[in-house]
Design a protein around this ligand. Sequence first.
Ligand code: GLA
Length: 733
Amino acid sequence: MTQLDLDPHPPAAGPGTAPQGRVLHLRAAGVSLVLDVPATSLPTVVHWGADLGELSAAALDDLVTAGRTARANNDLDVPQPPRVLPEQSWGWSGRPGLSGHRAGAAWSTRFVPTGVHVEERAEGGRLGLTAADRDAGLTLEVEAELLPSGLLRHRATVTNTAGPGEQPYEVAELALSLPVPPVATELFDLAGRWAKERVPQRRPLTFGSHVRENRRGRTGPDAPLVTALGPAGFGFRHGEVWAVHTAFSGNHRTVVERLSSGATTVSGAELLLPGEVRLATGEQYRTPWVYAAWSAEGLDGVAARFHDHLRSRPHHPRLPRPVVVNTWEAVYFDMDLDRLLELARAAAEVGAERYVLDDGWFRHRRSDDAGLGDWYVDEDVWPQGLHPLVDGVRALGLEFGLWVEPEMVNPDSDLARAHPDWILRGGDRLPPASRQQQVLDLGNPAAYEHVLGRLDAILSEHAISYLKWDHNRDLVEAGSGPVRAPGVHAQTLAVYRLLDELRARHPGVEIESCSSGGLRVDLEVLEHTDRVWASDCIDPLERQDIQRWTTQLLPPELIGSHVGASPSHTTHRSSDLSFRAGTALFASFGIETDLTRMDAGERAELTRWVALYKDVRELLHTGVVVRDDDHDPSYRVHGVVARDGSEALFAVVQTGTPDGSLTGRVRLPGLLPRAEYEVTAQEPGNDPAVRGGRDLPWLATGVRLNGRTLAAAGVTAPAMQPQQLLLLRVRRA
Ligand code: GLA
């Protein structure tokens, strides 16, 4: 670690003063981050992209010089490189990094560095920089870290250092920025809605701002998830891409801004409501982490950096992801012990490993109209408590999991009747109801302690290995405390604390982040939980795309996916079991249908799929996700390749009806170019009779081809019907 302590109160540098500081070059996994860290202003990102190799100090200085912006006629007399925190005091005409004020004053800052801490690591490193604006009475801390995965993350902290008699400083927005070079001309991100989360969208990167704002108080079905910039037409496997993810589960904002100068920056921030963060003397506000991935090879390269990072975390789930049976779409609110035990026996028979009792087990919860908040086992329904079910499930060798929705309350509940003041609201009125429920004010210490106490008691009393943690409504007009001050910021941090506190008290318990399905999917919630429920829609046709795009951020082992009923409960579309199971396979696999009503043939087939999942889960949960760019929109090809290139599993998925009657070729990317591979059909699910009776000649024998050929020329796709898939097992010969 090198520490460069600068004068905490240097003379204010005037425009044009030669910066004296250092140029920092961090490298990891094929990425270089070069930061110009002058003594008199905040740092500038000189380069974020391809690895530049070993560079001498002189070369780095020249790189800074070579990157200096030229001035055009009528420009300001000072150059305006996009600093990590853009400030108007240097002439930046775009969105400032810090917006705020102190009773109308201190609205524009000029931060001057006071200390720089650099930690250079074998792979990557970290910059910690402190700066101050004495006139504004503020200090700033900037943290930027290049992780071993090549993923970059940064965040900022502002502290009010004004004297005690001064007005508080109100933060409207704090966001660090990253520059994106002019080669990026197209913008990609995701949108979506409930049960159709993560729908991709693209547009040309034009002048002005592309602003994605979330005011739902949860990550949302329409969160951008990953905002990617690259040359027109960049795809899964081609095109240089710069991408960011704002890791926050409350209100947030992601902005791509292109100024008339041509400078393009991308930033992510928490979206603060008016007056939500007002710093008294000595108080500070810290932004969420914003993660940034550069890739030379399209969106798959971006996904790989996120996956590598997540998998490198010490708390990443290491044990094989168990086969889950969830009771929701099997029994809904029918809490009948005998029926639930029968379902558990059927679950054990097909090979399930974890049984999750969903909604409906607690007091007054006979439908979704009432009971949220009353976290006591319902004595009327469970005269002997949950024990007979928990014990019965565990006796079958399955882990027991339980559904909770701790942040919520039904007005029709003992809790709401006892503590109406614990409900977030903007005034005397309640916010519009959603699923007949309201949100508990967890920023209120009494409400927080109550919920923590109830969850702790339930976990202490029962042998529970897993919580499905739900959150089924948006936060609307979420005011807290006597003046109904905006409460989303405090609520979001309180939920993270609550999750951490429970995990600390019950270290063996895994937690799933569910929010009306896949509405709380982000990297910060995954610092406090162990998997996400990707969507309430388990129709495999919809799931193909939902999972395809959820893996843009998360690796398969963190994405819950279940085999549901046919017809699907959300879309009423029918599908073969092989399509449902082959879709759930590429995730953290489970079953969510009434197994007791499945006929023996289907149960036997499902048992074979469970066995396949157990066979391939190590590959799927450690390997590299590959998605081929769609050549024919009625096909999707995706797979997972072992990190050492020794094997892979691909799915050739037919989602629609191709225009031509001859099937084309599908390419199997991501294998070692020179290695020879055997490609064969993976059972179950390869039934030519199901596929319409037409056989595919090469499947009878398999083929042996090298990775380069499989990626470039590929193999003939099978003739299938829409909503069918074929699994291909690829093994190094
Ligand atoms: C939400 C979840 C579902 C289920 C129900 C229970 O909608 O996403 O999976 O748990 O709540 O009420």
